[in-house]
Design a protein around this ligand. Structure first.
Ligand SMILES: *Cc1c(COP(=O)(O)O)cnc(C)c1O
Length: 834
């Protein structure tokens, strides 16, 4: 049991004040995620941009009474709190959890590598859950913050732990090693992902190997040459170090050479793969219900571990046969009756329930939130206290309705019924729920489906989700968050961030993105037209919103919804002032646009005295910011123009501020300027395309993550003879026997007609297939002659991670902005978080 006193001792911190000594159970790093105030310890992390100490008053108000701080706190301000002072809060977090880890003497599996960490972890969980009470990292919690949060809930009842570790720069693994202290390691593989931050691949491998400095065994694949060499060196260094320790043993597998587990062949059929191997000279095999290479590799890692654990080959075989898909993400889909559905129906444990509830809590679009929850399997707690805890979690997260499915949750329904304001109903089985299902019971709500695999909640998902046209645009919200954070890291500490969500957030959807940005503490939003802003307000976005094209017809809406117009001419200034006066308001916020060389919209230098005079003589308007737009910030050849614009902006904004007599936010930098012209970051920057994963200057592209994937499906496959023609105007002629696939996307979806006749290509079964003939309104034909086994229903990638939208733009002779914003509204957007 921990309390402030014992934790302070562990950390060698200074116990600034102590009042009582309540038990501490939870670590809280993000003030928005507070669930259990009485038993939480808040550790405010500090970065160059954010200092979480600012949330202490708010959390104290909400009943948190344990804090670790690295800054002095005003004496007497928190009379009921226990406060521990340390030098560095991140270090304290790491030391505390490392110390907690020392309390356990169970096998701990540590997983690192470039790809597959989460799948291997989740598969091991599926494969071993019958034999062990397992604690594992939730989702992909593998960072400097995610790892401590994963390890902290380890309890005496656990008999096996599985944690993943990921790093982005040298020096990080040392911390994670102390926290995880794996007894067995798995190095999944090494790829080029996240090579940034490292000099080269060997430096990256060596850094990752640090995780296994104290391990007894390391499982890895010999076939990655650099990895094999680094592992052998590492083994020489640590493996034989201490005579009293047994050192590190290696367990290798290979498809090419001698190894502990020698893979002799992999036979793939339509739906499964049989993997044959030699182990200690005995031929053995497993069959997995997957055919892709990644799955084969991940399964072999799991196999090696099970062999090491001494499990019988027949048990291994039987469990491998039942490996299931891992939902790597929380998807947000459109549901029936104007609902939204978050489908997380593959496992249920407290950790992942908490994460899913946090995601649900962030959704503002509907007035009410519903959770459909199955029995929670595997927790090591008694049912009564478990469902007490779940019920109080639902209360904390503001859930309005819960539907419990399963014997256990039904038995404990009292815990839920005693919460006022929480509607509840219970069913013994999924089948029973489905039989009594009535569409009309679900209206305007966000519904979280959270069930263990055996409950087959995907059947409920089918009832609640709207059927979609098979062409979809997937938006990775985690990637947007990553990109925003990356740009934030490039900013000077005091510089604010305005996010450009005009044009339906560059095609990615409006409130879903805005909601995320609001959550991540972006300062401002900008839209092109007032109705976009109104839409955001209606869906619960409360942060300031600038409107760049405030037409007189929309003034009403601007005033009513508290939007902030861009004023770019004296005429507009006059008209808008009159409207403000009519409405009886004063000090209404506006943004002044200056033209410094783009020659699109904005006041020119000669207008400034007149503008300043009008503004300072009236109290109707308050200038919140003054800004200008750069014409070519991404282009080194045009840097003289950018400099000149910057200089002119500086002079004009200075003149205006002086006349106004108060300070206003100045901003001129767009995405490319943030990185290329840091001296122009000023008081705020306007981030657009970069947030969506595209670096138009192409200098930090490898540090951004692609956000959107446009996918469609094959509607029909045709076998043609030489001379047959394809499509309108018979523009494509088969040179020999050919196969084409007709896919469900056309120019009406935003696929450019310019990409006709081989100009564009799509990915079918991982291979590029050129467009055959003319792009039609709703359909495109692809030449798939060279791609075996293409079948109706196959997924086709139009652009995404492996086929960047930038490439499509080059083929279509345009820019990614046009492709992204051109994807029509009939293409449904599906959002997910990793
Ligand atoms: C669209 C826009 C931006 C964002 O530009 P990116 O190149 O997408 O970063 C910034 N400022 C204004 C005025 C814009 O219209």
């Amino acid at each position: 049991m921990y309390n402030a006193e014992s934790i302070s001792k562990v950390l060698k911190g200074e116990l600034l004040q102590q009042t009582g000594n309540p038990e501490i159970e939870h670590i809280l790093l993000d003030s928005r995620k507070l669930s259990f105030p009485e038993t939480s310890l808040f550790i405010p992390l500090v970065s160059s941009r954010r200092n979480a100490h600012q949330y202490i008053p708010e959390l104290y108000e909400k009943g948190v009474s344990n804090f670790i701080v690295s800054e002095p706190v005003p004496e007497g301000k928190y009379p009921k709190a226990n406060i521990i002072l340390v030098k560095d809060t991140m270090q304290a977090l790491h030391s505390l959890v490392a110390w907690h880890r020392q309390q356990f003497h169970i096998p701990v599996i540590g997983i690192t590598g470039s790809n597959g960490k989460t799948i291997v972890k989740e598969w091991l969980y599926q494969l071993l859950e019958k034999d062990y009470n397992i604690i594992r990292s939730p989702k992909s919690y593998n960072s400097q913050i995610g790892v401590p949060l994963s390890v902290w809930p380890t309890k005496q009842e656990h008999t096996l732990a599985i944690f993943e570790a990921g790093i982005s720069q040298p020096g990080e693994m040392e911390h994670l090693e102390k926290i995880i202290r794996p007894t067995v390691g798995i190095f999944t593989n090494i790829g080029e992902a996240h090579n940034e931050g490292f000099l080269n691949i060997r430096q990256k491998i060596n850094e990752k190997l640090v995780l296994f400095s104290k391990s007894e065994l390391l499982i890895y694949c010999k076939d990655y040459l650099a990895l094999n060499e680094c592992v052998l060196n590492f083994h020489n260094l640590v493996g034989k170090k201490d005579s009293h320790e047994s050192g590190l043993q290696l367990f290798s597998w290979s498809r090419k050479t001698e190894a502990d587990l020698r893979i002799t062949s992999v036979d793939k059929s339509e739906h499964d793969s049989r993997i044959n191997a030699l182990y200690q000279t005995t031929p053995i095999h497993i069959t997995i219900p997957f055919v892709d290479e990644g799955s084969v590799e991940n399964a072999i890692h799991c196999w090696a571990l099970m062999l090491h654990l001494g499990m019988s080959q027949s048990v291994i075989q039987q469990r491998m046969d039942q490996l299931g898909n891992i939902a790597m993400r929380l998807e947000l889909k459109q549901g029936i009756n104007n609902c939204s559905v978050i489908n997380d129906s593959y496992n249920s444990d407290l950790g992942s329930l908490t994460i899913a509830l946090e995601f649900l809590q962030q959704q503002q679009q509907h007035p009410s939130r519903t959770v459909i929850l199955s029995d929670i399997l595997q927790s090591g707690k008694s049912d009564a206290s478990l469902y007490e805890e779940v019920a109080s979690l639902l209360l904390q997260k503001g859930i309005n309705k819960v539907i419990g499915i399963g014997k256990n949750i039904t038995r404990e329904k009292k815990s839920f019924q005693q919460i006022t304001g929480l509607k509840s109903s219970f069913f013994l089985t999924t089948e029973e729920f489905i039989q009594q299902f009535n569409q009309q019971d679900f209206q305007h709500e966000t519904i979280l489906l959270k069930g263990a695999r055996v409950f087959e909640f995907e059947r409920i998902g089918k009832l609640l989700e709207q059927k979609v046209h098979q062409t979809i645009l997937e938006i990775n919200l985690s990637a947007v968050a990553h990109n925003v954070k990356h740009y934030q890291s490039l900013l000077k500490p005091a510089t604010k961030l305005m996010a450009m969500v005009k044009a339906f957030s560059y095609g990615s959807g409006s409130f879903e993105i805005a909601n995320l940005l609001q959550f991540h503490g972006v300062d401002y939003l900008a839209v092109a037209y007032a109705d976009e802003g109104v839409e955001l307000r209606r869906t619960g976005i409360t942060m300031p919103i600038m409107v760049m094209n405030p037409e007189p017809a929309s003034f009403d809406a601007i005033l009513q919804w508290n939007l902030e117009p861009e004023i770019y001419s004296l005429q507009l200034l006059k008209l808008f002032s009159e409207e403000v006066q009519l409405a009886g308001k004063t000090g209404f916020p506006v943004h002044i646009k200056l033209d410094t060389g783009m020659h699109r919209l904005g006041f020119e230098k000669k207008d400034i005295p007149e503008l300043a005079r009008i503004l300072s003589e009236s109290s109707l308007l308050k200038v919140n910011s003054v800004f200008s737009h750069l014409a070519a910030s991404e282009d080194p050849a045009m840097d003289h123009l950018t400099k000149q614009q910057g200089q002119l902006f500086f002079e004009m904004s200075h003149e205006l501020q002086k006349a106004l007599g108060y300070a206003v936010i100045r901003h001129i930098a767009n995405s490319a300027a943030i990185e290329r012209h840091p001296d122009l970051q000023l008081d705020m920057v306007r981030l657009g395309i970069g947030m969506y994963g595209i670096d138009s200057a192409n200098t930090i592209q490898d540090q951004l993550r692609p956000v959107s994937t446009l996918k469609t499906t094959v509607a029909q496959v045709k076998h043609l003879a030489a001379g047959d023609t394809v499509g309108y105007g018979a523009k494509w002629v088969a040179k020999g026997p050919s196969v084409t696939a007709t896919v469900r996307i056309g120019y009406a979806d935003g696929y450019p007609r310019r990409l006709s006749n081989g100009q564009g290509k799509m990915l079918v079964r991982g291979q590029l297939a050129p467009v055959a003939g003319i792009v039609a309104m709703d359909m495109v034909m692809l030449d798939v002659t060279h791609i075996p086994d293409v079948t109706e229903g196959d997924e086709v990638i139009v652009f995404g991670d492996t086929l960047p939208v930038q490439q499509l733009a080059v083929w279509a002779d345009t820019i990614p902005y046009e492709i992204l914003t051109g994807i029509s509204q009939r293409v449904k957007r599906v959002y997910f978080e990793e």
